[in-house]
Every structure is written in C-alpha cells, then in structure tokens.
Design a protein around this ligand. Structure first.
Ligand code: ZN
Ligand code: FE
Length: 251
C-alpha cells in the first residue's frame, strides 16, 4: 500500500500526497505550486491526480500540474473538471500506485461529488470533515444523508482523510449540539493539543466521527432534541440533518 502525507494549501486545505517507490498521486490539488515544490523536494514523479469535486480549491492546480506531468486525471463525470481523462460516477474500481481504489458517489456538497476508498483510507473531499460535513451547495439534505450513511457503513477503523482543517470549530459546534457528550469534550482537548503543536487534526477514524460528529449522529436522542429546538418539525434523519446543517451555517 502507498504512504500518505499532506501538502498544506491556501488557508486550511490539505492536498493528500500518495506515494510509493518515488511514484506519486495527489488528491484535490487546488494549487499546483506547493505540489510541484514537494514532488521536487522529495524526488517523486507524479503519476496521476484524483479529484473529488469541482470547486477551485480542489482542482485549481490541475492545469499547471498536467502541463508539467501529462498524467491521468480521475474526476467526477457529472462535474466540469479541467483535463479530466477518467470520468467517474461512483461504483468503479480504479488502480492507484498498484492498489485497488473504490469510487463512491457521495453527492450533497456538490451534485457529482465522489470519494475514493483505498483499503481503510477514505479520501472524502468536502463531504465529511472532522466533526462536521460540507455545506449543501448543490445537493439536498436527503442526498447528503444517503452519502453520509454510505460512509458510516464502512468499517470503524476507516481513516478519514478530508480536505480541510475545520475540526476545531466543528467540535465547538458539536458541543453546542450535544453539551454532555464526553467524546466531543475529549476530542476538543486532543485537537487543541495537535493544533497547538502545529499538527493536522486529520485523518480521524470513522469510530471517532461516529462518536463526535453531529452529522453522523442524526439518530441519537440528544441530536434529535437539539434539531427540534432548531426548527425540525419531525425527527426523521433527513429532517434532523437539515435542521442541524442549517444551524451550523449560522453558528
Ligand atoms: Zn468544496
Ligand atoms: Fe473545499
């Protein structure tokens, strides 16, 4: 299996660098410059690019990278992606540095958003974040709940490589939703320590997310009650999710 490291970009993006035997892939290169610098510094040759969705902070570096390295670009078929050579819908299996990778359709943040699952490592773009989830720019709450349910069905040990460092503020919101949740309190302390040391709070495990992420906890009594206090008129998972997501947008 390949190794994974991160390339920070912009204010809070992570570009994931997958590498093995001097060969590399990157996930969501919103900016080419830090990727080119890192490939050079580490003596790696780029062999492919994985894109989760069309937002500029995820695909903005593709043109410059493919100019230097004419490599395959795997990307959502349903979205407009610069230089896409391998359009994907979800359900496919592709090969990355000799490893099988499953493609999952996870619409919600955008209409064609996909995620990549390599063994127990999940590259989920802006669908699931540490203790949070992406805003619904194009999809419906029902779509996002179905996408999050598909992720939640993966093994608990799955490592969640999301694309932004949002965990701290997300946990503060999670604690507003569930003030008595000890796992959230403990994770807040852990993340403060990591961030204080200049380290990323991701990847997390799916087990951690299920214990602390309100958007994966829409069937928990405390989350349902909080949703009702914030406008949910019923406690179906979709209605609870929609109310919590709307509350998060103004938190
Ligand atoms: Zn996005
Ligand atoms: Fe993003």
């Amino acid at each position: 299996m390949f190794e994974i490291s991160f390339i920070p970009a912009f204010k809070d993006n992570y570009i994931w660098l997958l590498h093995r035997d001097r060969r590399a892939f990157v996930v969501d290169p919103g900016d080419a410059a830090p990727v080119l610098a890192r490939l050079e510094a580490d003596g790696l040759g780029l062999e492919g690019i994985l894109i989760t969705h069309h937002h500029a902070d995820h695909q903005g570096g593709v043109a410059a990278l493919t100019e230097r390295y004419p490599v395959p670009v795997f990307a959502p078929a349903a979205e407009s992606i610069t230089g896409c050579t391998h359009p994907l819908f979800g359900g496919e299996s592709i090969e990355v540095l000799g490893c099988p990778v499953q493609v999952m359709a996870v619409p919600g943040h955008t209409a064609g958003h996909i995620a990549y699952l390599a063994g127990d490592r999940l590259f989920c773009g802006d669908t699931l974040f540490g203790a949070g989830c992406g805003r619904l720019f194009e999809g419906t709450p029902a779509q996002m709940v179905a996408s999050l349910d598909a992720i939640a069905a993966l093994p608990l040990a799955t490592q969640v490589y999301c694309a932004h460092e949002y965990t701290d503020v997300n946990l503060r919101f999670a604690l507003a939703v569930e003030p008595d949740n000890r796992a959230i309190q403990a994770r807040l302390a852990k993340v403060a320590e990591l961030r204080g040391a200049g380290l990323p709070s991701v990847p997390s495990t799916l087990a951690e997310e299920k214990a602390t992420n309100p958007f994966l906890r829409c069937r928990e009594n405390d989350v349902m009650a909080a949703a009702v206090r914030h406008g949910a008129t019923e406690v179906s998972p979709v209605a609870v999710f929609a109310a919590i997501r709307a509350w998060r947008n103004v938190f």
